[in-house]
Design a protein around this ligand. Sequence first.
Ligand SMILES: [Zn+2]
Length: 82
Amino acid sequence: MVNAPDLEGYTFLGWGPAATEEGSGWRVRSDYFARCHRCGDLISLWTEADESCRCGRLYKDWSAGRFGHSDGDVSIAIYSQN
Ligand SMILES: [Zn+2]
């Protein structure tokens, strides 16, 4: 796993669901973004759109209620927008 580099305009919160709330599971906020630790692409957790990152490992399938990373949830870096 690569280190989460500083990202202009964003604050790194941590890895995986634990970064979004205490306990398990995702808590969605409009200023939260998930970042693929491999390709570095950012995906909004908020928009109701199906998205995936450039390398395809980080995915969001809104209609199916699926969100995750091929390497596991803890490999998702969570950022908030400043
Ligand atoms: Zn990726």
